[in-house]
Design a protein around this ligand. Structure first.
Ligand SMILES: CC(C)(COP(=O)(O)OP(=O)(O)OC[C@H]1O[C@@H](n2cnc3c(N)ncnc32)[C@H](O)[C@@H]1OP(=O)(O)O)[C@@H](O)C(=O)NCCC(=O)NCCS
Length: 165
């Protein structure tokens, strides 16, 4: 069974040890360790960040993180979501040994269900970036209703999903 669990002293080493395929490294802007450190800094700055370990029964197979923040980057200035709150998927990975088994999809679905409860406050959107050559990520996110915005930064596409009230 796939479960999302808090990162603790018990599982942090396993989370840091997770790896993607060599050719997938360019698809990730950051590492699990750096993301976990970012989560602490963001939380300290008042931007809620939720890093989670993805478990298959008692084995850690992946890592994800989302934050709750304002869409205020200058490249969105003319978009109607500019200045609005969004749940932003900061990081998503499944270890290379456990990919293509449906775990990423199940874990992502669970995270979206958590986000739909709006744990940190109201938002109309869930947003994320994916590398434009990352066909697998594109298909995965599209299957959950994420739509490309056409905004590309550093080879990554901003995709957006509208949250229902
Ligand atoms: C992207 C990633 C998280 C997906 O996890 P996964 O466990 O391998 O994916 P799943 O087995 O659950 O497959 C999920 C969906 O991806 C899509 N998918 C899977 N393999 C695919 C492929 N080779 N080509 C295109 N789409 C593919 C399908 O839509 C699939 O759903 P379906 O089986 O119902 O059709 C994982 O491959 C990964 O960690 N990749 C490296 C890091 C990365 O790219 N992270 C995303 C950053 S935006």
């Amino acid at each position: 069974m796939i479960e999302l669990r808090k990162i603790t002293g018990e599982n942090i080493e396993e989370v840091i040890a997770l790896e993607v395929e060599e050719k997938q490294k360019d698809f990730l802007e950051t590492t699990n360790l750096k993301s976990f450190a970012d989560a602490h800094m963001l939380n300290t700055d008042g931007i809620p960040a939720t890093p989670v370990a993805i478990y298959l029964d008692e084995v850690v197979v992946g890592f994800m993180m989302y934050i709750y923040d304002t869409l205020d980057h200058e490249s969105f200035e003319n978009e109607d979501y500019y200045g609005k709150k969004s749940y932003f998927i900061w990081h998503m990975m499944i270890d290379k040994r456990y990919q293509r088994k449906g775990y990423g999809k199940l874990a992502f679905e669970k995270m979206l269900m958590e986000i739909e409860q709006m744990p940190y406050g109201e938002a109309k959107y869930v947003t994320l970036f994916y590398h434009t050559s990352n066909a697998k990520a594109k298909t995965l996110y599209a299957s959950f209703g994420f739509v490309d915005t056409g905004i590309i930064q550093d080879h990554s596409m901003l995709a957006i999903k509208h949250l229902e009230k």
